[in-house]
Design a protein around this ligand. Structure first.
Ligand code: PLP
Length: 396
């Protein structure tokens, strides 16, 4: 088909030309004497991206799932109890991983479309007088349902109870897109990956770990090799890695961080909020709803759009792909066939969101979902025309 393919899934995301260009380089010697001149500032800037002051950000040649695995393998011990919640496919998979590691997982089952149940966390933690719970898991942005949870509130619960459990956050689809402040929020582990907010190809698991978590990591925990924090700490100190790093992706990461800092992290968050709000206005104008049950849970990186009863969201996705070269995100697991997703994160602007909305309108029209043609796109036009592009700067 002629023309650009539309990529409107919530990861992998659209890759900026600057990032592609930065990666179009010859392979390099990762043990070269000057390699640390490149890596040491990169490590420092990753801490800025996570808003982590003490502690360290590790970069593994893996996906986000590897980041989860590194956190569990390094910071917990066999049989440890962890508190988690399931409200979508990604929060479920994280629990599944903990169970495969043989952890004792208390996973609170929540309605999909809701977020981390702060009150239930509080009850469970308050009842845990012996401090058996070693870690509390929160998926900041549940990509399957388009739900953002209140990470800061979970930290406040831990602090007000004086509970020493570590706070683990899945930030794969939120870090560098939605507000995230690792040091300030007392997050002990924050997991991300390269192919979402970082606007890179898949292939890096990026993990921020607090100094507190590093200091208390168990000596006789799980066996680990590839994901061993100790090996990373030793070699990263001098700008090197325990094995061959994905140097090409690291060059891309340099370019992507430069773009993010040029725009300003807070402006990046504000841009995501505004772009997402335009998408939500469109959904409302179609007479449809997003999967998030309450506005406080709306995600600024992905919207899961519920199709009316009697329609199959997969037909919308298939049609968008086959007829219009647009990839919309599928509904996963419990919401398969019920929702399609529009990713609006990373390298993204108003017109790209409206391309996705227009593609969704065409596909919904084709499958017979009733709505007024142009209503969604029109609502987005109205919203974008009436709002400022960088409200964060204006507000300061
Ligand atoms: C994408 C995603 C993951 C999985 O990351 P991979 O890079 O695919 O391993 C985990 N959690 C969330 C919230 C995600 O969006």
């Amino acid at each position: 088909m002629s023309g650009f393919k539309g990529l409107a899934v919530p990861g992998p995301t659209n890759m900026p030309f600057e990032v592609r260009q930065a990666m179009d380089v010859a392979l390099e010697d990762h043990r070269a004497p000057d390699f640390p001149e490149f890596t040491l500032p990169l490590f420092a800037d990753l801490k800025k991206a996570f808003m982590l002051e003490k502690g360290q950000v590790f970069v593994f040649p893996s996906s986000g799932t590897g980041g989860w695995e590194s956190a569990v393998a390094n910071l917990l011990s066999p049989g440890d109890k962890v508190l988690a919640s399931i409200f979508g496919q990604f929060s479920y998979l994280w629990v599944d991983m903990c169970q495969r590691f043989g952890l004792d997982v208390d996973a609170i089952d929540c309605e999909w479309g809701t977020g981390a149940p702060v009150e239930l966390y509080e009850q469970k933690l308050a009842a845990d007088k012996d401090h058996k719970i070693k870690a509390v898991l929160v998926t900041q942005n549940e990509t399957a349902t388009g739900v953002t949870s209140d990470v800061k509130a979970v930290r406040q619960v831990l602090d007000s109870l004086g509970h020493p459990a570590l706070l683990f956050v899945d930030g794969v689809s939120s870090i560098c897109s939605i507000e995230f402040r690792q040091e300030e929020w007392g997050v002990d582990v924050a997991v991300s990956g390269s192919q979402k907010g970082f606007m890179l190809p898949t292939g890096l698991g990026i993990v921020g770990v607090s100094q507190k978590a590093l200091d208390q990591r168990p000596r006789n925990g799980f066996p680990k090799c590839f994901f061993d924090f100790d090996d990373m700490i030793k070699t990263n100190a001098d700008g090197y890695f325990p094995y061959t790093p994905a140097t090409t992706l690291l060059r891309g990461l340099r370019a992507s961080l430069d773009m993010i800092f040029d725009e300003g992290l807070e402006n990046v968050w504000a841009r995501h909020h505004r772009l997402a709000e335009g998408c939500r206005r469109a959904v409302e104008a179609w007479g449809l709803t997003v999967c998030a049950k309450e506005p406080k849970w709306n995600s600024d990186t992905v919207s899961a759009i519920v199709v009316p009863e009697g329609y199959n969201a997969n037909d919308v996705i298939q049609t968008a792909f086959r007829k219009y070269d647009l990839s919309l995100g599928a509904g996963l697991s419990k919401v398969a066939g019920k929702v399609y997703r529009i990713g609006h994160l990373g390298y993204m602007n108003e017109l790209m969101v409206m391309q996705s909305l227009a593609g969704a309108e065409l596909a919904m029209r084709d499958v017979g979902i009733p709505f007024q043609s142009g209503a969604g796109v029109g609502a987005a036009v109205e919203y974008y025309a009436a709002t400022e592009q960088a409200p964060a700067l204006a507000a300061e």
